[in-house]
Design a protein. Sequence first.
Length: 256
Amino acid sequence: MSWRGLRHKGTEILRSWEWNAAVDALNDLYGWLTDGTHDINVETVNAIYGNFAVRPIAEGRPVILDGDPISIYQFYDIAQQQITNAIDKSSQLSKIASDLDQIYGSITTIEKYMGETRNVVVRLNIDQYGNLGIRIAEPVDEYGRVAISSPSEIMNELKPVSAYGSIVATYNTSGFSVTLYKGGRPNVNVYYRLGGAGTVYLKVSIDGVTWRTLKSYSLSSAGEGIDIIQGIAYPYVRLETPTTSVDAEFEIAASR
């Protein structure tokens, strides 16, 4: 073999050896990457899927997986402050709403009274000589008199009130009574009738529970009577008889 042929043969052997060495190196690298026993350090990993046999670590802490309990102790102070602020604001809003309701109620009341008094407001006029003139606004009647209505509460207090009751002897097994709440009406008229001998008591009370005997009426036989009493300040008045087995009929009326 010539020197030229020998050189060519040697080059082929060298190239074959280099290729085998490169393949072996690639096999070693593949093994390092896939056998799971070596550490691989890189700056960035870009992938589509990843499967981990054990929990990975990120920034020195284990990654949270589905189903893991979560601790929020590091957020406790912040959360507590936010909740406290929310409660405080809620309480303030509730107080503001309550104050607004009271103001609205006051405004409504003022509007009501203004409406009631609007038609009786007087107009004042002063002429060039300083004379004062007063003209009553409506409502006035055909004679120029001012029409004024009293509040219903006062009108109701001026109306007379009364109470009436009766019982027959058959059902009168424990006595009988009639009670009237007369309020502040001081004038009281009473009517009583018994079907036999007995006693009738006129009693008064400030609360309808504790009673005081004001007068008594004794009948030696069946009869009736009327009494007119003035100046009774007690709001409750009662006619009663402890007499049983007789007819009884009571009536009370009160006025101013």
